[in-house]
Design a protein around this ligand. Structure first.
Ligand code: HEC
Ligand code: HEC
Ligand code: HEC
Ligand code: HEC
Ligand code: HEC
Ligand code: HEC
Length: 416
C-alpha cells in the first residue's frame, strides 16, 4: 500500500472519532440516558402518581424515610434488577443477592411485594425518581436549612445544566488531547518515513504538503460535518426554546412574608379551604386576606418580625403584596370549582405536595397539553350526580366515561 492510502484511511478514522464523540454529546442532551429511563413529562407524571399511591409512605427521593432515599437509585443498580426487587423484594433478598442483603441488614425490614405493577409502570416510577434526582432537592429544603432565607427557589435546573456543561467541557478537553497526540504521531512518523528515503513522487508530495487552513475549509467533508453539527444544535435549541416559552414549572418566587404551607397546612394541618375559601365556589381560588391570618396571629407569635408585617399591612389598610405563582394566559379558561367540587380532584393532583412546601412552587406544566392529557385519562366523577349518572347510562360501550367524552377536548370549553 502507498502512504497516501494510509493517510486517507487515517483521515476517515479521525472523522469517525469526531462523529462518535459528537454522538455521545447528543446522547447527554437526550431525554433518556444509557439506563433507558425516559424523563418525558407524560411518563414522569404517570410515575409520580404511582409513586405517591404506593411508595410515599416509606420513600422520598431526597430523604430517607422508612426506606432509603431513592435519588440516583437507577445508578446504583440496573433497571432490570430494580424491577425484580420492587416486585419481589423478599425473594431477591433470600436469593442471597449481596446488595439486597446489605440493604436488608441496614433497614431490618422487608418492603412489601409490588407484583401488581407492570414493568412499564415500575419504569415510569423510576423515571419520576430520575427526573426528581436531576431536579435536585426542592427549594423548600434550602430555605428550611438556611435561616437567612435568601435562597428563593426556581434554581433547581442549575445542577442539570452544570453537569451538562462539565461533561461537554471534559469531552472537548479530551478531543484536544487526542488531536495533539495525533499531530505528534504524524510528525514523528513522517520524519521516520523521510529517513527511509526511496519514495515515489506522489508519496513525496504527500509528505511535504503543509497543513493549510484554506484546504480544510475547502474540504467538502469537513464543511458538511460542521454544518450538520451546527444545524442539529440550532434546531434542538430552537425547538426547546419554542416549547418552553411561558412554561414556568418550578417557579417559586420569594414572598413578602415568609408564610410557610409546610408549617400551616402540613404541620398544623389547617384545611386548604380555611384560607382559600372560594376554591369550591368559584373559578378562582382566592388568596386569604390579612384578616384570616389575624384569627390566629392576634395571639400567636405576635412579636415575630414576619407577623409584624401583617399588622403593618392592616394598620395602613394596604393589602399584602403576594407574588402570583400560577398564571394561565388570558386566552384560556380554568375553573377551580368544576375541578375541585364537581370532579372531586385533590389539590395535590395539580399543585403537588403543597403541605411539604416552605415556599409554594408551580408543580405542573400548566400547558394545554397538560390539561388535555388529564382530560383524556380522567374519569368523570358520577358520584352523587344525577345528570352524570344518566349520561353514563346513555354512554355506549364498556369504556369508562372520561372527560373527553363529555366534551373536555372542545376548544371552546377552555378558550374564550
Ligand atoms: C412499607 C414500606 C415500603 C414501601 C411501601 C415501599 N418500600 Fe421500597 N424499601 C423499603 C425498605 C425498608 C427498603 C430497604 C430494603 C429492605 O430492607 O428490604 C426499600 C428499598 C427499596 C429500593 C432499593 C433502594 C436502594 O437504595 O437501592 C427501591 C428501589 C425501592 N425500595 C423502591 C420502592 C418503590 C418504587 C416503591 C413503591 C412502588 C416502594 N419501594 C415501596 C420500604 C418500602
Ligand atoms: C393559613 C392559610 C393557608 C392555608 C391553610 C393554605 N394556604 Fe395556600 N396560600 C396562602 C397564602 C397566604 C398564599 C399566598 C402566598 C404564597 O404563595 O405562599 C397561598 C398560596 C397558595 C398557592 C399559590 C397561589 C398562586 O399564587 O398561584 C397555592 C397553589 C396554594 N396556596 C394551595 C394551597 C393548598 C393546596 C392548601 C392545602 C393543602 C393551602 N394552600 C393551604 C394561605 C394558605
Ligand atoms: C389557624 C391558625 C393560623 C392561621 C389562620 C395563620 N397562622 Fe400563621 N402560624 C400559626 C401557628 C400555630 C404558627 C407557629 C407559631 C410558632 O412557631 O410558635 C404560625 C406561624 C407563622 C409564621 C412564622 C412566624 C415566625 O416568626 O416563626 C408566619 C410568617 C405566619 N404564621 C404567617 C401567617 C400568615 C401570613 C397567615 C395568613 C395568610 C397566617 N399565618 C395564618 C397559625 C396560623
Ligand atoms: C385540575 C387542576 C387543579 C386542581 C385540582 C386545583 N388547582 Fe389550583 N390552580 C390550577 C390552575 C391551572 C391554576 C392557575 C389558574 C389561573 O391562572 O387562572 C390554579 C391556581 C390556584 C391558585 C392561585 C389563584 C387562582 O385561582 O388563580 C390557588 C390559591 C389555588 N390554585 C389553590 C388550589 C386549592 C386550595 C386547591 C384544592 C382545593 C386547588 N387549587 C386545586 C389547577 C388546579
Ligand atoms: C387532574 C386532571 C385535570 C387537569 C390537569 C385538568 N382538568 Fe379540566 N377537568 C377534569 C375533570 C375530571 C373534569 C370533569 C369535571 C366535570 O365532571 O364536569 C374537567 C372539566 C373541565 C372543564 C369543563 C368541561 C365540560 O365539558 O364541562 C373545563 C373547561 C376544564 N376542565 C378546563 C381545564 C383546563 C383549562 C385545564 C388546564 C389548565 C384543565 N382543565 C386541567 C380534570 C382535569
Ligand atoms: C382542556 C382545555 C383546553 C382545550 C380543550 C383546548 N385548549 Fe388551547 N390552551 C389551553 C391552555 C390552558 C392554553 C395556555 C397554555 C400555555 O400557556 O402554555 C392553551 C393555549 C392555546 C393556544 C395558544 C398557544 C400557546 O402556546 O400559547 C392556542 C392557539 C390554542 N390553545 C388552541 C386550541 C384549539 C384550536 C383547541 C381545540 C382543538 C384548543 N386549544 C383546545 C387549554 C385548552
Amino acid at each position: 500500500m502507498k502512504i497516501s492510502t494510509y493517510v486517507k484511511s487515517f483521515r476517515i478514522l479521525l472523522l469517525v472519532f469526531i462523529l462518535s464523540s459528537y454522538h455521545s454529546f447528543a446522547q447527554d442532551e437526550n431525554t433518556s440516558g444509557s439506563d433507558g429511563l425516559s424523563v418525558e413529562a407524560a411518563v414522569v407524571s404517570k410515575g409520580e402518581q404511582l409513586f405517591s399511591g404506593n411508595c410515599t409512605q416509606c420513600h422520598a427521593v431526597h430523604e430517607q424515610v422508612v426506606g432509603p432515599k431513592l435519588a440516583g437509585v437507577y445508578e446504583r443498580q440496573s433497571v432490570e434488577w430494580l424491577i425484580s426487587f420492587i416486585k419481589y423484594p423478599q425473594k431477591v433478598i433470600e436469593s442471597g443477592d449481596e446488595y439486597a442483603v446489605a440493604l436488608y441488614e441496614k433497614y431490618k425490614q422487608y418492603m412489601p411485594n409490588h407484583d401488581f405493577l407492570s414493568d412499564e409502570e415500575i419504569k415510569s416510577i423510576l423515571s419520576y425518581v430520575k427526573a426528581k434526582t436531576i431536579e435536585g432537592p426542592p427549594p423548600a429544603e434550602n430555605v428550611a436549612s438556611n435561616d437567612s432565607g435568601t435562597t428563593g427557589g426556581g434554581q433547581q435546573s442549575g445542577f442539570n445544566t452544570n453537569l451538562l456543561l462539565t461533561i461537554i467541557g471534559l469531552l472537548i478537553a479530551l478531543l484536544i488531547i487526542v488531536m495533539i497526540a495525533m499531530i505528534l504521531m504524524i510528525s514523528v512518523l513522517s520524519k521516520f518515513i523521510r529517513k527511509q528515503g526511496d519514495l515515489s513522487e506522489e508519496d513525496q508530495e504527500y509528505l511535504n504538503q503543509k497543513f493549510k487552513f484554506s484546504t480544510l475549509l475547502r474540504s467538502q467533508t469537513f464543511v458538511t460535518v460542521v454544518a450538520l453539527v451546527f444545524i442539529t444544535f440550532a434546531a434542538k435549541a430552537t425547538v426547546d426554546g419554542l416549547f418552553s416559552i411561558g412554561v414556568q414549572q418550578g417557579y417559586a418566587p420569594d414572598q413578602p412574608i415568609k408564610f410557610s404551607h409546610k408549617l400551616h397546612a402540613g404541620f398544623y394541618e389547617i384545611d386548604c379551604k380555611y384560607c382559600h375559601t372560594s376554591v369550591e365556589k368559584s373559578k378562582n381560588a382566592n388568596i386569604p386576606s390579612a384578616n384570616i391570618c389575624m384569627n390566629c396571629h392576634n395571639t400567636i407569635k405576635t412579636t415575630s418580625p414576619e407577623i409584624q408585617k401583617i399588622y403593618t399591612a392592616l394598620e395602613n389598610d394596604e393589602p399584602i403584596q403576594w407574588v402570583r405563582v400560577h398564571n394561565l394566559p388570558d386566552l384560556s379558561y380554568f375553573n377551580h370549582s368544576q375541578h375541585v367540587k364537581v370532579a372531586g380532584l385533590e389539590c395535590e393532583t395539580c399543585h403537588g405536595e403543597i403541605t411539604e412546601m416552605e415556599v409554594v412552587q408551580q408543580h405542573s406544566l400548566l400547558t394545554m397539553g397538560w390539561c388535555i392529557d388529564c382530560h383524556r385519562k380522567t374519569e368523570v366523577n358520577v358520584k352523587n350526580n344525577e345528570y352524570y349518572s344518566r349520561l353514563l347510562e346513555a354512554h355506549q360501550g364498556n369504556d369508562p366515561m372520561v372527560v373527553e367524552d363529555i366534551g373536555g377536548l372542545e376548544c371552546s370549553k377552555c378558550h374564550y
